[in-house]
Design a protein around this ligand. Structure first.
Ligand SMILES: *[C@@H]1O[C@H](CO)[C@@H](O)[C@H](O)[C@H]1NC(C)=O
Ligand SMILES: *[C@@H]1O[C@H](CO)[C@@H](O)[C@H](O)[C@H]1NC(C)=O
Ligand SMILES: *[C@@H]1O[C@H](CO)[C@@H](O)[C@H](O)[C@H]1NC(C)=O
Ligand SMILES: *[C@@H]1O[C@H](CO)[C@@H](O)[C@H](O)[C@H]1NC(C)=O
Ligand SMILES: *[C@@H]1O[C@H](CO)[C@@H](O)[C@H](O)[C@H]1NC(C)=O
Ligand SMILES: *[C@@H]1O[C@H](CO)[C@@H](O)[C@H](O)[C@H]1NC(C)=O
Ligand SMILES: *[C@@H]1O[C@H](CO)[C@@H](O)[C@H](O)[C@H]1NC(C)=O
Length: 408
């Protein structure tokens, strides 16, 4: 065997090892913790453009968002042209993204961030851009060739979206992404159709469990489905409180690396009080939902920024155990206040929510949760240590949530 040949097979072996390591490590690390980022939809709908994205990237630095863990910059519907190229490929809207997506991905990567695009499992996206039904492999190849890191895949598109099961439509893109040669985070957006907590984890790194979130904290007028097992047949936007309530039935089904997505955050978008913003963020964090900011970052108030960058709350979301809190019926009072709890590294976390618009005094024994003897308890929003580690007895304001981190 000649020297050249030996070198060659040695190189082949290294390539094989690297390829193997990449697929094993990449596959698990991609969604090891719930994804954190910013998405254009809640603030800009389908009008997203290059200027907006450039501004967002800057503010990831100046507002300290990157520093606390936000890493994905996600374009939602509207990035694409109304028409495919003459030979059938997706293309960016040339007015909104004059340099195209590949150049944008390079800019995003140069900032140490990751880029996400949006697609749809039907003939059309929700804003009538081309859907990927029948084009899955071609479009996945396009995303990979542009250097895209993340795909949010939606449920609009008329005929096919109503006749083909979501498992089939979303599964086709899963397979296409796997063949694309690039590790692309797959965010399934099936609005909770056909109860994806029983199958979505086999398909996506995250999967939506409800219709879209609205800028309302409690108003349920548009929310057809107020429970998880209601047959959602429409768009059905729901309030923050309604999405939290649905999670009572299903939070236990998610597994690490396959997160239940409660939808993008409305912190900083709606006219929520500070208590409401803290409640919203605390539940998304503790339920291990993706933390995707939906606000216009150029208009973010100091309060909203403080909520979104609270590292103690974020560390609950990004905890190594990846365990969502579950609803504790025995300690809660239906319709008045809610207690949720779950393990985190070094102990457990307890959420106590006053779901009324008026203050309530609540008593809670931590030991009654059966998660271990409390040694020290810190309420994370106030950063206060409880004097008595065994119980909380205090008053919560309108729609306020205390987040107790209990050390055992
Ligand atoms: C590009 O976006 C603009 C602004 O949203 C829109 O008016 C135009 O129709 C789009 N062009 C194409 C080719 O999709
Ligand atoms: C672009 O797409 C629209 C809507 O899908 C269609 O009506 C139009 O004919 C297409 N234009 C071209 C040039 O293909
Ligand atoms: C992008 O959107 C912003 C905000 O809507 C707008 O001010 C700006 O003119 C747009 N830029 C382009 C290139 O379309
Ligand atoms: C609730 O929302 C609906 C529309 O979604 C609106 O018509 C109604 O006025 C709202 N109710 C309250 C009390 O704000
Ligand atoms: C917030 O309140 C202002 C003034 O009351 C109103 O104009 C605006 O539409 C509200 N925004 C939302 C998202 O409800
Ligand atoms: C904004 O919040 C920071 C830290 O939370 C505080 O130091 C600063 O004074 C606040 N600024 C305003 C204008 O409220
Ligand atoms: C909780 O505190 C209130 C006074 O703030 C007191 O009346 C009540 O008895 C306490 N509850 C318990 C169970 O200790």
């Amino acid at each position: 065997m000649g020297r050249d040949h030996q070198l060659f097979s040695c190189r082949l072996a290294i390539v094989a090892i690297l390829t193997f390591a990449r697929s094993v490590l990449g596959g698990t690390s991609l969604a090891h913790k719930p994804q954190m980022g910013w998405n254009a939809w809640n603030a800009f709908k389908a009008t997203v453009n290059y200027t907006i994205v450039q501004d967002v990237m800057e503010r990831f630095d100046t507002l300290g968002l990157k520093e606390v863990g936000y890493e994905y910059v996600l374009l939602d519907d509207g990035w694409a042209s109304y028409n495919r190229t003459s030979d059938g490929y997706l293309q960016a809207n040339a007015t909104s993204f004059p340099k195209g997506i590949e150049a944008l991905a390079q800019e995003v990567h140069a900032k140490g961030l990751k880029l996400g695009l949006y697609g749809d499992s039907g003939h059309y996206t929700c804003a009538w851009r081309p859907g990927s039904w029948g084009y899955e492999e071609r479009d996945a190849q396009t995303f990979a060739s542009w250097g895209v890191d993340y795909l949010k895949y939606d449920n609009c598109g008329g005929f096919q979206s109503l006749t083909e099961a979501p498992q089939v439509r979303f599964g086709a893109m899963k397979n296409a992404l796997a063949l694309s040669g690039r590790d692309i985070f797959y965010s399934v957006c099936g609005w909770g159709y056909q109860f994806p907590w029983h199958w979505g984890g086999d398909i996506g790194h995250s999967y939506r469990m409800s219709g879209d979130i609205t800028t309302s904290f409690t108003n349920e007028t548009e929310c057809q489905c107020k429970t998880a097992y209601c047959l959602n047949t429409g768009y059905a936007g729901c309030s923050v409180l309604s999405i939290i309530n649905k999670m009572k039935e299903i939070s236990q089904y998610q597994t690490q690396g396959h997160w239940l997505d409660m939808d993008m955050l409305e912190v900083g978008n709606a006219n929520f009080t500070l208590n409401q913003q803290q409640t919203h963020f605390a539940f998304w964090a503790a339920l291990k939902s993706p933390l995707i900011i939906g606000a216009d970052l150029s208009k973010l108030s100091n309060d909203s920024l403080g909520v979104l960058t609270n590292t103690a709350i974020i560390s609950v979301n990004q905890d190594v155990l990846g365990e969502p809190v579950t609803y504790r019926k025995a300690q809660s009072k239906e319709g008045l206040f809610q207690v949720w709890a779950g393990n985190v590294e070094g102990g457990y976390v307890v959420l106590l929510l006053n779901e009324k618009s008026y203050p309530q005094t609540v008593f809670l024994s931590f030991a009654s949760l059966g998660l271990g003897a409390p040694q020290q308890v810190i309420e994370l929003w106030s950063e206060k240590t409880l004097q008595d580690a065994n119980t909380f007895n205090g008053t919560l304001g309108s729609y306020q949530t205390h987040v107790f981190r209990v050390q055992t």
